[in-house]
Design a protein around this ligand. Sequence first.
Ligand code: AMP
Length: 201
Amino acid sequence: MKYQAVLLFGAPGSGKGTQGQMVGQIPGFLHTSTGDLFRALDKNSELGKVFAQYSSKGLLVPDDFTIKLWKQHMDNLVKAGKFNPTTGLVIMDGVPRNVNQAKLLMDAVEVKKIVYLETADIDKMVARLKNRAIKSGRVDDADEKVIRNRMTVYANETAPVLECYDKSVVASIEADQSIIRVFSEVVAALVPVKEAAEKKA
Ligand code: AMP
């Protein structure tokens, strides 16, 4: 059985985390963020050190490790009765981040929708990330060089992930709008997916 998923897609700073958290409040949706899973690791553990080593440079953590962590997280939630994989929709924020990760997830995930938060204003995203770094103490977003590296990794490795899926599942949303307007468009894109999932109940 595969998890029914919605991919939240977009460059760092496009608002995936904000929108994912809000959609995650709607009954039947679960927000998962690989970035959050990594940040929750004990910094002194072996895995925590691997994460720090890559993220401090704006680089992606190795694929096997990332996908294993996400799958383990999902399986634990199902075992604990916190997520119903038959009717629930999992919001995937920040994963898959390259074509290999998309392939590694194919046996575990059925992508019902891709919400693509599109933005052309790179400087605005960089400013958002810097602002967030100040508020949350994220080291990877405090340094402009690391941020620019994250943008390059996104363009070279993550953007091609869209080609792995049928165009018909992609909903492109202008990310440079107010948070609530983006949210209303995200919800509108998800209504048919949610209603179809409910029919399985
Ligand atoms: P994020 O919070 O999604 O911006 O992720 C922060 C950092 O965590 C990234 O710069 C990567 O180092 C790492 N990371 C998050 N998700 C992934 C992923 N799917 N694959 C590899 N590394 C990831």
